[in-house]
Ligand binder design. Structure first.
Ligand SMILES: *Cc1c(COP(=O)(O)O)cnc(C)c1O
Length: 414
């Protein structure tokens, strides 16, 4: 095969093209990365074996150390983020664990958001008990208080934006500046925005983390995580992955590559649906408050508009007039929207954070993080927006009289 491409041609630069083609536009050979179903590899000599082993995560040596399907997909993810390199993990939490274990030693200090993912709090607390690091939680709604949280041994600031589940927005450029001024690094869990919607490294972050289970995978059918960043920080991370062994299956890596090709279509469709539903829900009689950064009245709207692209993410949350009882009633009344955890999938999902993602922090933790007990978190999928609206409207209209004890009354229907 002769390759007729101009070697000096500049590859297409736009993110919606790069999700489809990776770093090899118009490439020759398989259009889809082959799944190498082999956990180990054979070598003609000791020299050849050692040379391959030395390449680490980029090698074809032994699945936990280096595997060609994993490294091909890691290179794609890194390219998308404009990161030097990246690593896949067996879950988002495994990716977060690798970041914390690699960045923090006994006696070190980490600053994280009170509004972080519940599993992140669990992990930081566990590390404080078992590894002897210490944690300070700051409120995403009060960035002016971040600076006071630093200690002489603060090594890491860890944030999410928009946060789960109340969609607080953190100014990433400002967070990076504060972290660096105090000699700490900034890690950003970018799961809610997706690699299409926000580019933390370009805004000054040192490491980016994804639960690929969410928008990257996008079909509720895989569990994986990603960490991306400069080689100087990622090489020790590769060692952590090798030591703890949280490596995904090559078939999962392939599923991620396949999903990446439709990431832009899925994220844009979900974000547009979420924006429209947030607008309509903010005028619904059963709703006390809608949390969505795409709404102009949201306190983080201006920052989100500056640092996000292609919309404001698939997640919005609702606080109902009827509180927790109404929320439980509404979730039970959904006919189309799936009642279950997770987010960023093609199907719309609803969950009650007090019972799922934020169960670990208890009622006091939720109160301090500004999470109403009756909050419904919705992750909006790519269905027809009118069907989603009809389902939301009937469930919310039914749930309000239920909460008020007026079970016999029929829904008003408008
Ligand atoms: C789901 C999620 C995680 C954890 O990812 P898993 O793949 O479930 O381990 C971490 N951070 C955020 C923001 C998430 O939504």
């Amino acid at each position: 095969m002769t390759d007729s491409r101009d070697p000096k041609a500049k590859p297409p630069d736009r993110v919606r093209t790069r999700v489809v083609h990776g770093q090899h536009p118009g490439h020759v050979g398989p259009a889809s990365t082959p799944i190498v179903h082999s956990a180990t590899f054979g070598f003609p000599s000791l020299e050849a074996l050692n040379a391959e082993q030395f390449k680490g995560a980029a090698s074809a040596y032994y699945q936990r150390v280096g595997h060609p399907t994993l490294s091909a997909v890691e290179a794609r993810l890194a390219d998308l983020e404009r990161a030097e390199t990246g690593l896949l993990f067996s879950s988002g939490v495994a990716a977060l664990a690798a970041v914390f274990i690699t960045s923090l030693q006994s006696g070190d200090h980490v600053v994280a958001l009170r509004q972080c993912y519940g599993g992140t709090h669990d992990l930081l607390q566990w590390g404080a008990e078992r590894f002897g690091w210490s944690v300070e939680l700051v409120d995403a709604r009060r960035p002016e208080e971040f600076a006071a949280a630093f200690r002489p041994r603060t090594r890491l600031v860890h944030v999410e934006t928009p946060t789960n589940p109340t969609l607080c927005v953190v100014d990433l450029g400002r967070a990076a500046e504060i972290a660096h001024r105090h000699g700490a690094r900034l890690s950003v869990d970018n799961t809610f925005a997706s690699p299409l919607g926000q580019h933390p490294l370009a805004l000054g972050a040192d490491l980016v983390i994804y639960s690929a289970t969410k928008s990257i995978g996008g079909h509720s059918d895989l569990l994986a995580g990603v960490v991306l960043g400069p080689r100087s920080l990622m090489d020790p991370m590769a060692r952590t992955r090798r030591v703890f062994g949280a490596v995904p299956d090559p078939a999962v890596a392939w599923q991620i590559e396949r999903s990446l090709k439709t990431l832009a279509l899925r994220v844009q469709a979900s974000n547009a649906n979420a924006q429209e539903l947030a607008r309509r829900l903010s005028r619904h009689a059963a709703v006390r408050q809608v949390f969505y950064p795409g709404l102009e009245g949201h306190p983080g709207h201006d920052i989100a508009e500056r640092q996000m692209e292609f919309g404001f993410g698939p997640v919005l949350s609702l606080d109902l007039q009827g509180g927790a009882l109404a929320a439980e009633g509404a979730v039970a009344a959904f006919q189309l929207i799936v009642h279950g955890p997770s987010l960023g999938s093609v199907e719309s999902l609803a969950s009650l954070p007090a019972h799922t993602s934020h169960i670990q922090i208890g009622p006091e933790g939720r109160a301090r993080a500004g999470i109403p007990e009756g909050l419904i978190r919705l992750s909006i999928g790519i269905e027809d927006v009118e069907d989603l609206w009809n389902d939301l409207d009937q469930a919310l209209t039914r749930a309000v009289p239920l909460a008020a004890g007026q079970v016999g009354r029929s829904p008003s229907g408008d």
